[in-house]
Each structure stands twice: as structure tokens, then as C-alpha cells.
Design a protein around this ligand. Sequence first.
Ligand code: HMG
Ligand code: MG
Length: 307
Amino acid sequence: MVVPDRGLPARVRIHEVGARDGLQNEKSTVPTEVKAEFVRRLADAGLTTIEATSFVRPEWVPQLADAERLYPLVRDLEGVHLPVLVPNGRGLDRALALGATRVAVFASATESFAKANLNRTLDDSLAVFEPVVARAKAERLHVRGYVSMCFGDPWEGAVPIRQVVRVCGALRDMGCDELSLGDTIGVATPAHVRALLSALGEEGVPADVIGVHFHDTYGQALANTYAALQHGVTTVDASAGGLGGCPYAKSATGNLATEDLLWMLQGLGIDTGVDLGRLVATSAWMASRLGRPSPSRTVRALSHEEQ
Ligand code: HMG
Ligand code: MG
């Protein structure tokens, strides 16, 4: 048995975002039944937090316009949390009507992305989220607060850490149970991750309420994850097969692939409860449905081994 390196957690919770962050960015819209099968297979591989879809304005993300049809097909999966994205009160109404128990609001650390993604100024978007989070908490929902563009922004360049800390503080004050620090365009490096986590720690935000959400544009996602684990973070967002991106952020590529993450965590002796073989088979199946190979190195390596 491998014993985890000193200073690393014994267990990591993977927050799987392939069905949402991955599929929202596909050129073609994946049929609802295929999405449901994807979510079921992810659960079968042992993932217990699977972001299912978004209740956003369908005109903005047509790929997820079937949220009302998809959610009932997967909501009875045993032992699995199925968080959904809600951008406003209308999104929360839709999620509550279907019995969602976990929702996520998604803020930006920059003005430019708040405008591009939510059609609001940063402060106006926070003002929209405040009653959404309050109502979700009153309904006893678990609420995640995403913060995008924590490390860099395609329009504004470098993002000052104090801006990220301010938005994280606002989401915590509203009552978010968990934060997810988004490197939407994948420009972070480990030293920057450490600096942001230290600044949040100094503001009293404990590592156990923080998730990290790395996109892999510059191939840094695993190194960044390692830095976050050393800092006490135990929730890592990843996308099966490395699917993903953001339709409203030019230069955003896929998320850290769940399989690449698992390969590293297994090697470090860190438990996740996820079966790598089953997950690779799921991503290979999804890649065949999408008509292109998975960008995950681990999926490609292990799929070739099988041939
Ligand atoms: P807007 O165009 O300003 O909408 O969009 P509005 O508030 O002016 O409302 C206009 C109409 O839309 C109204 O209908 C509303 O009811 C309707 P009308 O009265 O005219 O008939 N409407 C809705 N309909 C259904 N569901 C809703 C909804 N809201 C309004 N929820 C809005 C503002 C926020 C809605 C829009 O900008 C939006 O949907 N944005 C979502 C964009 C998105 O999903 N981006 C990807 C997710 S974020 C991400 O990927 C980053 C992340 O992965 C982390 C990282 O990597 O950094 C999380
Ligand atoms: Mg993302």
C-alpha cells in the first residue's frame, strides 16, 4: 500500500464537471439520453459528486437547454450528489421544481467576465446571487459559489489576488457552503495557487471549504492541483476525459481530466473511491459519441493498452 506523501490528504473528493462544464462547450448538442447514460456511468465508476447540468437561460447555453428533461432521468441515483448551476432566481425556481438538493452560483473575479458570462457588472451579479443563496439555504440546499478568472482573464490579463479574495468573501458572507476557485482559461501556475490560498487563509477562509477548478490550457492543471493539496485542499474539480471549456471565455480549453487526476492521486496513495478502469471506459465511450479522441493523456494511454 502506498502511504500518501507527508502533508497531503489521505482522501480527495472529486467534483466531476464533465456533464456540465464539458458538454456545455461541445459544438453539437449531445442527446439527453446520452447525457443521462454518461452521468449514470460516472456514478457507476464511483464518482459521488457529479455536476449534472445548468438552469441558465437556454439561449445562452443551448447545449444544456434540456436540463428539465435530463435531471429527472438521473436524480434518483443512489449515494450521488447532483449539483446544478443556477445564475439567478429563475434558475433556482427551475432547480427547486425538480427537487435539486445542491446548487451552484457562479461569480467572476473580473468585470469583463461578469459582463460576458452573466450580462451584469460584478456587483450587480453579486446582488442577484444574494437572494438566490439566501433562498437556497432556507430550503436547506447545499450551495457552492464558483469564482471564475481567479488567476487571469482573457480581456484584463493578470487578476489581482485582492479582487478574488473580495468576491470569495462576498460569497461566503451570503452563506455559500463551499467555494470553487476557477482558473477558467488555464493560466495559473503553482506559486500563484499557493499565493491565492495563503491570502484566503489570512482572511479566515479554511482550506476545507475550498475546491479548485483548473482548466488545462497550459498543461499546469496537475501541478496546480498538487500545490493546492499541499495547502490542505481536499476538493478537486475535474472533467471525465478532459472535456470542457467555457463558451463565454475565449481561450478556455478543457478541464483537468478526471483520469489524469486519478492517475496522480493513485500514485500518491490518495483515496478517491473512483475506479480508473471504469472511468476510462466511460470517457472512451463518450469520445466515440462525440466523434473525436479524448484529450486526456491517461484515457489515451490506457485505451491503447487495451487494444
Ligand atoms: P440576460 O439575457 O441578461 O437575461 O441573461 P435577463 O435577466 O435580462 O432575462 C431575460 C429573459 O431570460 C427573461 O425572459 C427571463 O425570464 C429569461 P422574458 O421575461 O424576456 O420572457 N431568463 C431565464 N430563463 C430560463 N432560465 C434562467 C433565466 N434567466 C433569465 N435561469 C443570464 C442573464 C444570467 C440569465 C445569462 O447571462 C445566462 O444564462 N448566463 C449563463 C452563462 C453560462 O452558463 N456560462 C457557463 C457557466 S460558467 C462556467 O463555465 C465557469 C465555471 O466552470 C468555473 C470556471 O471555469 O471558471 C463555473
Ligand atoms: Mg470551468
